[in-house]
Structure formats: C-alpha cells, structure tokens
Design a protein around this ligand. Structure first.
Ligand SMILES: [Zn+2]
Length: 49
C-alpha cells in the first residue's frame, strides 16, 4: 500500500512521459517516475502571479 496516487492520463511536462506521474499528497508534489522531475501539484499556489 502506497500513499502516492498514480495519475492516469497525465503527461510529464519535462520529459513527456505518459502515465508516469505520481502525486505525493503529503508534500503536495507531483513526481515523474521517468525523469525524476517533481512539481507542485497546485501551481497556482506555488507560483501566484
Ligand atoms: Zn518526466
């Protein structure tokens, strides 16, 4: 059992891998299993401009 949620149908903005993104609910991050890139799950909060 994992706390991470597999994000189906989403593509990594960094490497373009499909269905390789995981949501880490504890940190509010989305991490790519392919390239290791992580990003805020809610970019409007992290980068309010
Ligand atoms: Zn990636």
């Amino acid at each position: 059992m994992t706390l991470a949620h597999f994000l189906d149908g989403l593509r990594c903005a960094c490497c373009g891998a499909l269905n390789m993104l995981w949501l880490d609910p504890l940190r509010g991050l989305v991490e790519c299993r392919e390239c290791g890139q992580s990003a805020l799950a809610f970019p409007e909060i992290g980068e309010a401009q």
